[in-house]
Design a protein around this ligand. Structure first.
Ligand SMILES: [Zn+2]
Ligand SMILES: [Zn+2]
Length: 415
């Protein structure tokens, strides 16, 4: 083929539309969902909320069935066991307990194929103290609650509701806030986990915040409400390259308004109210995680009627923490929460192309060896991120697959 130099711009090839293909790991998930109704507000999620989450699973080939079922009496707070303030889901001693409501209203209690969710107002936190937490989910197990009573209009926006439904169900499917099990050291606001499981993205949208923070160009393939596919590069928070970013765009990691050099910055922590552009917190190695692989495994378990044991309960982002994150995003130029939509399923993926002999994966940390491999193995309509350098392809190859080729940093030449 003729020489093609890609320099900080998109080369747009032929674009064709292609229906989304079903994943090989297709499974079925079932949620019975009850909701509290008060005199002046209802926690019932709309059809648009449910559709958005159903679509998120459908894009991966999974079937999600949500039965929006019973209206429940409204209680301001779901109470914990006063004799064991770590226990919420198992306590049924008072009317305003999850256990009492579950016993009365969960119709498929004896059918292991079903998980159970209540859209409630608030819940009592560990220690039997008040919290403005958005929800609580069992890691493993069957039960979860969405509690947006401290958020907008006492119910949260429809985006809050959809993202939090997906987030809390994510815990039931085995997902944490940081991609791995130990979020105490990593923090639960990782920039490198492009997922509504990370506090950084849950309520403001994945693509919205990635774009706002300058981490991706507009051509990158992300959706607002999704789990991660684990394709981004890991980062060492002590050695962040501003020029390289995540190989998708240069990133101003240290928030000084300029791109350049190697810098240190905490971009994952949540402790002590510090964030990306705040005071430096604990720094370390952080990685993306293929959360969908965990969900696929959960689907296979359900097909075999296997229910993983609950490991623990995970409490989720509070209203105060969300306000703090909004401040942080506002400091980057302001990126308001997107409107809730039922997002389309892209056929392509973000594909990384570099010089990494013999590798044919296309992840950031394991890029395709060159354009030829990427062209053969990548799905149609992908966005290709070329590392700087020169790439030789055989003279018989024509890069005809529809997609977008980018050299977001430096320049790359294909001969
Ligand atoms: Zn309420
Ligand atoms: Zn959570």
């Amino acid at each position: 083929m003729s020489k093609m130099t890609v320099r900080n711009q998109a080369v747009r090839c032929v674009i064709a539309t292609l229906a989304a293909t079903a994943a090989a790991n297709a499974g079925t998930f079932r949620i019975e969902l009850d909701y509290m109704v008060a005199g002046d507000h209802s926690h019932r999620p709309s059809a648009a909320v449910i559709d958005a989450v159903v679509r998120m699973f459908a894009c991966e080939g999974h079937t999600l069935i949500v039965d929006v079922d019973d209206a429940l009496p409204h209680y301001t707070e779901l109470q914990r066991n006063p004799n064991n303030c770590t226990e919420l889901f198992g306590y049924s001693g008072v009317n305003n307990s999850f256990g009492a409501l579950r016993q009365t209203y969960f119709d498929r209690q004896n059918d292991n194929a079903w998980d159970y969710c209540i859209f409630a107002h608030n819940y009592e936190d560990v220690g039997c103290v008040n919290t403005t937490s958005s929800g609580l989910g069992e890691l493993g197990g069957r039960y979860f609650i969405v509690t947006l009573g401290s958020f907008s209009g006492q119910t949260g926006t429809t985006f809050d509701q959809a993202a939090t439904l997906a987030h809390e169900f994510g815990h039931v499917l085995g997902l944490s806030h940081c991609g791995v099990s130990d979020c105490d050291s990593i923090g639960d606001r990782s920039v490198i986990l492009p997922s509504i499981m990370s506090y950084r993205y849950q309520l403001s949208g994945v693509k919205n915040v990635l774009t706002c923070n300058g981490m991706i160009p507009p051509q990158a393939i992300f959706r607002e409400i999704n789990y991660s596919h684990g394709r981004l590069c890991g980062l060492d928070e002590n050695l962040l390259s501003e020029t390289t970013g995540c190989f998708m765009a240069p990133v101003d990691w240290n928030c000084n308004g300029a791109i350049g050099g190697i810098v240190s910055q905490d971009v994952s922590n949540n402790r002590n109210g510090v964030g990306w552009c705040g005071v430096a917190g604990t720094r370390g190695i952080i990685n993306d995680e293929n959360e969908w692989a965990t969900v696929d495994a959960a689907a296979r378990d359900r097909e075999r009627a296997v229910r993983p044991e609950k490991k623990r309960d995970i409490g989720c982002i509070t209203h105060e923490e969300w306000l703090e994150l909004q401040d942080e995003i506002a400091a980057r130029g302001g990126c308001p929460q997107p409107a809730l939509t039922t997002e389309s399923c892209p056929s392509g993926e973000n594909i990384f192309v570099g010089n990494n002999a013999g590798v044919q994966l296309g992840y950031c940390s394991l890029p395709f060896d060159g354009p030829a491999e990427a062209h053969v193995f990548a799905p149609l309509n992908s966005t290709y991120f070329l590392r700087p350098g020169e790439f030789n392809v055989t003279n018989s190859l024509r890069l005809t697959k529809p997609g977008i080729w980018l050299a977001p940093i430096g320049s790359a030449t294909i001969r």
